[in-house]
Design a binder for this molecule. Sequence first.
Ligand code: KG4
Ligand code: ZN
Length: 341
Amino acid sequence: MALLAFETSCDETSAAVVHQGVVLSNIVSSQTRLHSEYGGVVPELAAREHLRNLMPVAREALGQAQMTAPRLKAIAATQGPGLPSALLVGFRAAQAMAFALRRPFLGLHHHEAHLYSAWISGIPPAADFSEFEPNVSLIVSGGHTMLVHVEAELDHHVLGSTVDDAAGECFDKAGKLMGLPYPAGPEIDRLSEQGNPRAYDFPRPLFHDPNDDFSFSGLKTSVRYFLRNHPEVLQSAQSIRDLCASVQAAIVDVLVAKTIRAARRLGVSCVTASGGVTCNRALRQQLAVACERAGLKLRLAEKSLCTDNAAMIGILAERKLIHLAAPTALDAEILPNGALV
Ligand code: KG4
Ligand code: ZN
């Protein structure tokens, strides 16, 4: 008996079928192109798209997994955090399905699901928790940037998080100042490949601060002032590449240094990373180099599972059922601002 999971916290409509740690299907319908016209996610448009796409995406997930609704053992969905109108679509649909099928329902924390996405790998993707070890987990995307100490399965506490912008938001806002389309993160990654990361010097916010918090809005502001004082930089393709590489280096340096420092301080032997920014090649590479130097194992979420997806919700829901977690009430509410603790 398999489990069906939904994720609709932001601009991805996703449904996945999971069975004994194996992801039988994981369908993701991304709305990035719809929102790019507006330079960011528009909540009303996101909700409308989720409503339009949820059932086709769920049907495809069931079909690809050769599963029928009556054979499901449980239904799960993201409860929060996220955009209220977007969360409601997947959460209420999952509750209704659980009610109709008389199956347990699990409403899960989006960030908690990210914590385990780095343990899903292979073809078909499967989560192997026999290899699980205590770790420091970096969750880094357009909406969140945090470090979490995962002491045991389903046992974690947040070490620090961004006090202002998320790292992905910084990529996107810096890119917007350079005239790049939304979301600018992937484009900055691509342009940086042939850029010099030492061409321009940008601040590394909170780099030397002993806590595990991040701050990225000052970096974005320094890019704004830099471009005001040096508008000519945007006239040359090579200097744009250098600018991208320099901004990227400032973000990645901070993320990597603080992650490694937390792992050392806590004495864990493993680091994991997930969230959309974990697709960034420089971040993946620098984390790999730094972890090797520090004698730490590194588990990076596979690129297809870095961005928001229902597979990670399904995998976490199954673990919760195995650990006999209580189901969520069928009239429970979404938690749009629910913080991970
Ligand atoms: O996890 P995600 O799909 O959505 C949430 O924000 O929750 O992450 C999207 C973010 C965007 O800010 C995007 O610019 C960034 O991840 N991103 C990247 C890369 N790919 C996606 N940032 C830097 N380099 C990339 N390759
Ligand atoms: Zn996310």
